[in-house]
Design a binder for this molecule. Sequence first.
Ligand code: AMP
Ligand code: MG
Length: 415
Amino acid sequence: MSILLKVDTALSNILADMKKLEAETVSLPDALDRVLAGDLVSPIDLPPFDNSAMDGYAIHFEDSADASQSNPAALPVTMDILAGSAPDGKLKPGAAARIMTGAPLPQGASAVIPVEDTDDDWSKGENIPLPARVRLYRSLSSGENIRLAGENISVGDTIIRAGTIIGPAEIGMIAGIGRPRVEVIRQPKVVILSSGDELVDIYDELGPGKIRDTNGYTLAGLIRGAGGVPIRLPIAKDRLESIRSLYRRALEINPDLLISTAGVSVGAADLVKVVMDELGEIDFWRINMRPGKPLAYGTIQGVPFFGLPGNPVSTMVTFEVIVRPALAKIAGRAHKRRTVKATLASEMRSDGRRTYARVTLKREGDRLIARSTGIQSSGALMSMVLADGLAVMPEEVTRIPAGESLDVLRLRPIE
Ligand code: AMP
Ligand code: MG
């Protein structure tokens, strides 16, 4: 049952099992950061009508021919068009319409001259009377300062593709086409289970031999950051009945994914294995990676399950490498590759397993330099606090000299 699996093989097996969740409807403001379920097609032109891009005067562009500062063209002002109004009638050749930014262009007009290029002055405040005529200090070309109907989008255009993560610009576009509700992929509900007699929660006293459950909290953060909804259960004790009852509670929540930490290696108290065998169909894998060799994967009553190793760094690294892509698939998100090339500041060694070393990343000239965060123990969570990325040493490679370039999985944006 214990097979030493390549990281890529494990990942592709897992991804083949993951199914995208169904859609749900949310109100537009709640759609921020959610994944659009289907292509969004515009039922209207945007802008819906030809309008002015400037505060100024709409004219027939031919009437400005040869106009200049020393030889202005003077036109009678026959219309006044404010934003939000609907001009009636045509603009006659040889006449000008005072017009505000965003106001509909009157029929016949073919250009807008900004007020700054006329003899008019609107710096005087409200209710400025309409002048009898306006002088134009320059000539205009056809269509100047006009935003045409449909120039942004036309009826039937796909404005946002399925799978897009909805950001503020998308929210604005959806508002622009008048949709108060949006179909998005449901967020995966992910139950987190920590186990171990040594673990206490952050509110509890740290007695002799005890440590805090940090994995429950890092996992909740990782899951939320990946678009899931984390649900953390109380810590299970290293006793069959405690583990069993917490797994039953987890299943009652009807999760889309179950993640446990610890209890999947070969310790005497690794009873999680026993319970998993009872309740589900789980494979215990030994993956050719460091940190994070032991990993349990399978289903419990139809729910995909990941049993991550207990060491805090191993938990986080296996999440990054294995769980994050799986969660992205369930959540309908494109899993973006976050790998960058960096130059090693000093030699790096490994035992031939695919190794993920915690490094800082710094731009120096045109190169990105990767430096070890120091202590690389899989129990030392500080190495993750300090890390900008995980430098990947491929399988079979035991030494990479300083100055060589290698792939680094980014954990945060590089400054
Ligand atoms: P185990 O897989 O149970 O052998 O645990 C491996 C190591 O990870 C041990 O040092 C545990 O104390 C530690 N560990 C297990 N679970 C957690 C947790 N939730 N938070 C922090 N450390 C943990
Ligand atoms: Mg344990």
